[in-house]
Ligand binder design. Structure first.
Ligand SMILES: *Cc1c(COP(=O)(O)O)cnc(C)c1O
Length: 354
């Protein structure tokens, strides 16, 4: 057991709001791979690293916040946890609630659900309730439940979620031995970018790093309220995890971008899909929404906005297996050949063989 990563609470205990009385509910989240991309480095003239959050226990960065939110819920005597979600929040909440012995309640708003994420909520025993209303109405019900009953709300308005998610910034600095020059991240409800800035600021304050990175957040062009400066009533994008019209952490995200001398920008669905394929060609299978950070990298690079030789971290927020339809759509049918090695070799153009 000597060298196993212990999960973000034990690894960063002195930087998180826990005490000896906090029961730690962990699936050993965090400690995710930071992978250098030779191809993206060559193309951009930068040193490009991909932080693969798909390697978390439920396949997204949501686990970093959920370990803390669920541990605190247990400490405070909650019997159930509730979230309004069709996505990675419900997958993560269900898994950590199961581990803690709490009842997970998932309020599904009307609309399309990614099959992989729904499967995760179901397999961990979540009580699924289809609410007749949109996301905001479902969240409203969840809030009232948490105010009147022994139920903890674990949507991103739960302050412990951001505290847990800031550990990504710690891990990046600990791995590189310094902060990157640029930190690029997809933006939906904007909790993630806000939490990363919290983490970098904390390391800067304590002298662990000398300079903070510039933070760039990327919204999908059809769901870019921060870029446009106004909520979007009917957000549209293929990247469902960032299809958000009125982000919960709007002001914090703007502060993160402004204070770090970065920006919140938009990438098109076409750029996202192209970046998704580029990441896959590098051996990492990321969710569409995750690819917004790499789409942003390519956009900044093309515009000449990155200093040559700079160190860039792109956060890949979730695992591509959650929505496999995008990998399969448009792919060619497999070639049908006889069960004969010579025939297969000939079709592959491998020559005559030994
Ligand atoms: C939740 C999520 C996002 C958006 O993160 P915010 O904190 O809401 O900005 C992006 N990608 C994936 C895969 C997610 O699950």
């Amino acid at each position: 057991m000597a060298h196993q990563w212990r999960g973000i609470i034990e690894e960063y205990r002195d930087r998180l709001p826990v005490t000896d009385a906090t029961p730690v509910v962990t699936l050993r989240e965090g400690g995710t791979p930071l992978v250098r991309s030779e191809r993206l480095s060559a193309e951009t003239g930068c040193e490009v690293w991909l932080k693969f959050e798909g390697a978390n226990p439920t396949g997204s960065f949501k686990d970093r916040g959920m370990t803390l939110a669920i541990s605190k819920a247990l400490e405070e005597g909650s019997r159930a946890v509730v979230c309004a979600s069709t996505g990675n929040t419900s997958a993560s909440a269900a898994a950590y609630a199961a581990k803690a012995g709490l009842t997970p309640v998932v309020l599904l708003p009307a609309g399309k659900v990614a099959l992989g994420k729904l499967a995760q909520a179901l397999v961990h025993g979540a009580h699924l309730v289809q609410v007749e209303g949109n996301f905001d109405e479902a969240l409203g019900v969840a809030r009232v439940l948490s105010e009147r009953y022994p139920v903890t709300l674990v949507n991103s308005v739960n302050p412990f979620r951001l505290e847990g998610q800031k550990t990504l910034a710690f891990e990046v600095c600990d791995a590189l031995g310094r902060a990157p020059d640029y930190h690029l991240v997809p933006v939906g409800n904007a909790g993630n970018i806000s939490s990363h800035w919290m983490g970098y600021r904390e390391y800067l304050r304590d002298g662990v790093i000398a300079e903070p990175p510039r933070l760039f957040g990327f919204q999908a062009a059809g769901a870019a309220p921060i870029v446009r400066g106004a909520p979007v009533a009917h957000p549209q994008t293929i990247a469902t995890a960032i299809r958000i019209g009125n982000p919960a952490s709007w002001e914090k995200a703007v502060a993160a971008a402004t204070e770090s001398e970065g920006a919140i920008l938009a990438v098109t669905d076409r750029e996202i899909l192209s970046a998704y394929r580029r990441v896959a060609a590098d051996g990492l299978f990321a969710e569409l929404a995750s690819a917004a950070s790499v789409a942003g990298l390519l956009q900044l690079s093309a515009a000449g906005r990155l200093d040559p030789g700079a160190t860039v971290v792109c956060v890949l927020t979730g695992h591509g297996l959650k929505e496999p339809d995008w990998a399969i759509a448009g792919a060619a049918e497999p070639q049908v050949l006889p069960a004969d090695a010579a025939a297969v070799a000939a079709a592959l153009g491998l020559g005559d063989g030994a």
